[in-house]
Design a protein around this ligand. Structure first.
Ligand SMILES: CN(C)c1nc(=O)c2c([nH]1)N([C@@H]1O[C@H](COP(=O)(O)OP(=O)(O)O)[C@@H](O)[C@H]1O)CN2C
Length: 183
């Protein structure tokens, strides 16, 4: 019989329809709690690298919306990995599946409870992959999650990734919010 996951997860899809609000564009696709159902879903949908520019996939724990204002995200932030669009067909999909497997496999050791979800975003200039965590001030948990992410995605030591709080991201004035942690 089917193999249960430690958590249930919900896949969301964002398509940038200018006539709708950001919230209206954020759609739930489905939720799952078994390994077999994850693979059936993943093998059924478009790969991230094939989505139109402006689209996102988000995989969050069931009950947590992929939005700053969700109570589980209010005090948190994200590890952000930017991908040059030339890498879209090279590493985007492998980065995304590796991140998904870390999430559903609770691959962040004791800090897996700190993880809320992950988002992959197809954009004109730079694609983005982020892992959202619950509590920005939990430095040890945040940095362990960041290390595990770099390790799983085989991101070289000299390539920096940054952690930004959602509050800083919401209130950013320049193009990039300030970084709370860098690895
Ligand atoms: C409740 N609420 C409205 C709300 N709640 C949110 O949680 C939330 C937003 N709004 N977001 C809006 O999308 C724009 C692009 O962000 P982007 O991350 O797609 O980045 P790009 O500029 O499209 O690359 C953001 O500037 C923000 O306006 C983003 N976001 C996470």
């Amino acid at each position: 019989d089917k193999h249960p996951l430690h958590n249930r997860w919900t896949l969301w899809f964002f398509k940038n329809d200018r006539h709708k609000t950001w919230n209206e564009n954020q759609k739930q696709v489905t939720s799952f709690g078994f390994v077999e159902d994850f693979w059936a879903l993943f093998n059924h949908i478009q790969p991230a690298s094939k989505l139109p520019v402006g689209c996102d996939y988000s995989l969050f724990k069931e009950g947590i919306n992929p939005m700053w204002e969700d109570p589980n995200n209010l005090k948190g932030g994200r590890w952000l990995i930017t991908l040059d669009k030339t890498k879209r067909n090279l590493s985007m999909d492998s980065f995304w599946i590796e991140t998904l497997l870390l999430l559903i496999g609770e691959g962040f050791d004791d800090d897996s409870d700190e993880v809320c979800g992950a988002i992959v975003q197809i954009r004109a200039k730079q694609d983005k992959l982020s892992v959202w965590t619950r509590t920005a001030v939990n430095k040890d948990a945040c940095t362990n999650i960041g290390h595990r992410l770099k390790e799983a995605l085989q991101i070289p030591e000299n390539i920096q990734i940054a952690y930004q709080t959602h509050v800083d991201q919401e209130q950013k004035s320049s193009s990039m919010a300030k970084s709370t942690y860098v690895l």
